[in-house]
Design a protein around this ligand. Structure first.
Ligand SMILES: O=C(O)CCC(=O)C(=O)O
Ligand SMILES: [Fe+2]
Length: 359
């Protein structure tokens, strides 16, 4: 193993800035041909492919006479895609702009300032990883990231980066806004499953929130590398902000990758493995990946919401019956962290280890 984070010196790390100047992708990022992304923009049907992804306006959800229509749209989006975008979600555009700015300032700091946060320990409450970081000695991905625990804020905010000086304040407001929005979205998703909207309310309020901030530098040969490999998120839902296109979702029915269009001000909602388990498979977690581009740096801020670390989640009793026997074993966020600590995420999704074979 070379370049193990923590044992490396500053000189052995590549910054986003120096990656930008490269004419070719270094060998360690080059994917085997079967794993390389198709750059859909070259295809004539690019627009028709992307426009089929659902966009949900959240304004009518607060109107009792219109709410059921939105719930139905959410139900269809969850069943068909495990993914949707939301607009008019109530999070202020200036807050979104400010948090993106603070994150960009963090990634643009000199590498020495970020190195003390580097770790491969997935249990660390704050972790920075660079593009030289590797997944189990296999393939490198074209991104830097910063991850930290965010709920409850009072417990974690002190451990977040102190540079740039505005980071804690801006990210603090944003993380709080995501926590509130996720409760509102879960209420709607539970309602769409026929469950009480307040289902597991206490556990959800006390749940775990991880912010994953991803920075993908412009890449000289985007067709040879990926920013993030195919995966599903482990929690109940993820709310994601993107600064430009790059995310692709996998449509199981057609076995193809669909680029998620950039809608100014929208937030993206992914169903995670815990929602697949809780719904007893009525909804599926969405498999997604990130492609990179040659023109510009991309930033995404993912707010990942699950139950607390040690709490177990299983199929809702209301959704298990003779026709729909229990299809998943109970599991916790901690089980997931143990799984990714020991396995190559490219090889097996955590959810696959939890399925029960019913005759
Ligand atoms: O950058 C993106 O659009 C996706 C990020 C993501 O999938 C994740 O952080 O789990
Ligand atoms: Fe993800």
């Amino acid at each position: 193993m070379t370049g193990v984070p923590g044992s490396s010196t500053a000189a052995s790390f590549t910054t986003a800035m120096s990656l930008k100047k490269m004419a070719k992708v270094p060998e360690r990022f080059v994917l085997p041909p079967s794993h390389r992304p198709l750059i859909y923009k070259h295809l004539h049907n690019y627009h028709s492919t992307t426009s089929s992804l659902p966009v949900i306006d959240l304004v009518p959800i607060h109107d009792p006479s219109l709410r059921s229509r939105v719930i139905e749209d959410i139900c269809n989006a969850c069943k068909e895609f495990g993914f949707f975008q939301v607009i008019n979600h109530g999070v202020s555009p200036s807050l979104m702009k400010d948090v993106v700015q603070a994150c960009l300032e963090f990634f643009n700091l000199p590498i020495e300032e970020k190195l003390h946060l580097v770790s491969e320990d997935v249990n660390k409450p704050v972790r920075y990883g660079t593009s030289l970081n590797h997944v189990k000695d296999t393939i490198h991905f074209w991104r830097d990231f910063l991850k930290h625990y965010s709920n409850p804020l009072s417990k974690w905010i002190h451990s977040w980066p102190s540079n740039p000086p505005s980071y804690k304040e801006k990210m603090g407001y944003y993380a709080k806004a995501m926590h509130l929005l996720h409760i509102e979205l879960l209420e709607a998703i539970f309602e769409s499953l026929g469950l009480d909207p307040k289902y597991m309310r206490r556990e959800i309020e006390d749940g775990s929130q991880v912010m994953a901030v991803n920075c993908y530098p412009a890449c000289p040969e985007p067709e040879k590398a990926l920013g993030m490999p195919p995966h599903s998120d482990y929690g109940c839902i993820t709310i994601l902000l993107q600064t430009c296109e790059g995310l692709e979702v996998k449509l199981d029915k057609e076995d193809k990758w669909v680029p998620v269009p950039m809608i100014e001000g929208a937030l993206l909602v992914h169903l995670g493995d815990h929602m697949e388990i809780l719904s007893n498979g009525v909804y599926k977690s969405v498999v997604h990946r990130v492609v990179v581009n040659a023109e510009m740096e991309r930033l995404s801020i993912a707010s990942l919401h699950s139950l607390a670390l040690e709490k177990y989640i299983g199929p809702a009793a209301e959704l298990v019956n003779e026709q729909n026997p229990k299809a998943y074993k109970e599991s916790s966020f901690k089980d997931f962290l143990d799984h990714i600590g020991k396995n190559d995420i490219m090889q097996q999704r955590f959810i696959d280890t939890l399925k029960i074979d019913n005759p």
